[in-house]
Write a new protein. Sequence first.
Length: 344
Amino acid sequence: MKIGIYNPYFDTFGGGERYMLTLGEYWSKMHEVSIFWDDNTIIDLSQIRFKLDLSRITVVPNVFKNGSLVKKMLVSATYDLIVFLSDGSVPMSLAKKNILHFQVPFPKVSMNAWKKSRYQQIICNSKFTQKYLDPTIKIPTTVIYPPVANEEFYPIKKENVIVSVGRFNGHYNVKKQDILIKVFIEMYKAKKLSGWNLVLAGGMLSTDRKYVEKLNEMSEGFSIEIIPNASFEKIQSLYGQARLYWHGAGFEETKPEYMEHFGISTVESMASGCIPIVFAGGGQTEIVEDGINGYTWKTEKELADKTLMAMSVGNMMSKKVTQRAKDFSKNIFNQAFDSLLTSL
């Protein structure tokens, strides 16, 4: 089959990009796969960031960003299938089959009857996204959880480190790194985290630089390290060394679209033997069961208290943590998409 993959955010190197490119890596072994983008270096950069084999994928001009309506129709008509990651909009396509993927539960998605007729399936990254996505779409919807290459993540010599991985987003502050820094400093001053370090890592665009500078200013004088645009190997090493994993996305948010819609970094940390302590909202509660394979929190005080619990539990929870991570393997992900492809 000739398969196209469209994602308007390939250069942000986030969870949605890993999702789409992991699918591309797998399907390119048996199909002709291309991605719509205007810079061929995106393949090499993505391979480095995600440690995926994308050598069989070709890059074609991004007609869905820059092409006329006629061009979009002519190009899409040459494809057997196109998988689109939606940014809230829905591209027009004349491909034989079309799949629309949502990583965000947009409350309103504009689709006329003709567009709806072109899409056979919607895929969501979590039950949370599926639940809060615009209910008027009326296209068959299923959940396929994001994949984690469990074989790439494993514990090494553990140290007194708390790690948090997520994009540094200065506009929306989705990952709440400032809150994590605040709680860490309060605990450190109260001598509850003596000898512990906090490491924040994640992607950063040039527009987010001021936000990262602000985080560095907050952290000055404390054992806090901030690593923008960390390589895959660096993040892999951080997970392996850290005892605990913090995640703050969703804190003080009321709109579903600003919550953590799944939380692939949480699963990666768990595969590496980190005990997760994550905000009790969004898709995180589909991964972590409080007190069983990690901890969830809703207030800053709860984050501090649950952190102390996790410190006291130590290795006793590790087996359940790593076992849970295996439920989100690349093999399960690949099989789910193969079954979907057969059913279209």
